[in-house]
Design a protein around this ligand. Structure first.
Ligand code: FES
Length: 345
């Protein structure tokens, strides 16, 4: 690709971790007389390339071969100048199915048989490029797929905040994402321990099954409403012991802090004692739930110069009188912490 791009009137920097791949590229550039390309050996995570230095950054089928694709993307994006273009190519789960079949055969036969690979056929008279393709496609040690570790990182903070939902579910929800070729992903969302962990044979009351590719798509797209995207598509099956539990579906609809806080705030309002709860912030007592969209102010509230800001959407309140400075209405219950309670409070 670097050689192709360098045929036009532009300077191309071709960066890779693999020196042998770079040497192959450099040899091909010499062979075809292409001069506007420079080959740089560098590690994406400790790149020597300057930030904001490139008009266009093109990363082709690299990110998912790194141990942390999200962090790798940040590194790629920082190379583009403000207003520049970042183009990223990653594998498609469905398009990779034939390759995965070929790879199983190739690995089982120690690369003696690699069926139906058109690129290998095309490169049969170029041994170096043929070997490079074999290594890349059939021996690559890391091909990232989106599974439990990401779900853990995503769900754990939500589980910590999901007080009412966790109490309502009060058990484990097992999720099995099936894949006959690559193996199942089987994990439990434990609403008692508030954690996500690999399934270890324990008994759980609720269980969902779907295909691994569907789960990976939800994770890759950071889909915050699995009810809408997965459950309404009916591409799953469910089992439960006991009655229907609305809290489970509420949780899977609220997979962002914003949604989860709103739902938790709604549950709070259903109980007069909880709705009246006040918390202390920097010498002020304020209502626990934000007067905008119910974020938990013990987590999202910041006080500075007598003004409380909710970090969820940045709305502000003057603490002296509870007046909302961002919008009309939406006033906040608050008072200095030292002041004794009034009968109305
Ligand atoms: S929930 Fe929106 S500003 Fe607090």
């Amino acid at each position: 690709m670097s050689l192709y791009l360098a045929r036009a009137d532009r300077v191309v920097i071709a960066a890779d971790l693999s020196r042998s791949s770079l040497l192959l590229g450099a040899a091909a550039a010499r062979r075809f007389g292409i001069g506007h390309v420079q080959f740089v050996e560098t590690n994406l995570h400790r790149s020597a390339l300057k930030s904001s230095a490139f008009d266009v950054v093109y990363s082709s089928v690299v990110l998912h071969h790194t141990s942390n694709p999200r962090a790798a993307f940040v590194e790629v994006a920082r190379l583009a100048r403000p207003g520049g273009i970042v183009i990223v190519g990653v594998y498609n789960a469905v398009a990779r199915i034939p390759l995965r079949v070929r790879r199983q055969v190739a690995r089982a036969t120690h690369l003696r048989i690699v069926p139906f690979d058109p690129v290998l056929r095309e490169r049969r008279h170029e041994p170096d490029r043929r070997t490079a393709w074999l290594r890349d496609q059939y021996q690559h040690p890391e091909e990232h797929s989106h599974t439990v570790a990401e779900i853990k990182r995503w769900f754990t903070p939500l589980l910590e905040e999901a007080e009412h939902m966790a109490a309502g579910i009060n058990g484990g929800v097992r999720f099995t994402a099936e894949d006959a070729e690559r193996g199942d992903v089987d994990f439990v969302i434990d609403f008692v321990a508030r954690e996500v962990r690999e399934y270890a044979g324990e008994k759980v009351r609720y269980r969902f099954r779907t295909r691994r590719a569907y789960l990976e798509k939800l994770v890759a797209e950071h889909e915050i409403d699995w009810v809408n995207s997965l459950f309404l598509s009916c591409r799953f099956s469910a089992q439960r012991i006991g009655p229907y539990n609305e809290f489970i579906y509420a949780f899977f609809k609220c997979l962002s802090e914003e949604r989860l806080n709103y739902a938790e705030g709604w549950y709070t309002e259903q109980n007069a004692t909880e709705a009246a709860e006040m918390i202390e912030l920097d010498g002020w007592l304020v209502q626990r739930r934000c007067a905008h969209l119910k974020a938990d102010l013990s987590r999202f509230g910041r006080v500075e110069d007598g003004v409380l800001t909710c970090q969820m959407h940045g709305w502000m309140w003057r603490l002296a009188d509870g007046k909302c400075l961002t919008s009309v209405g939406h006033d906040l219950r608050c008072r200095p912490a030292a002041r004794s309670r009034t009968p109305a409070e």
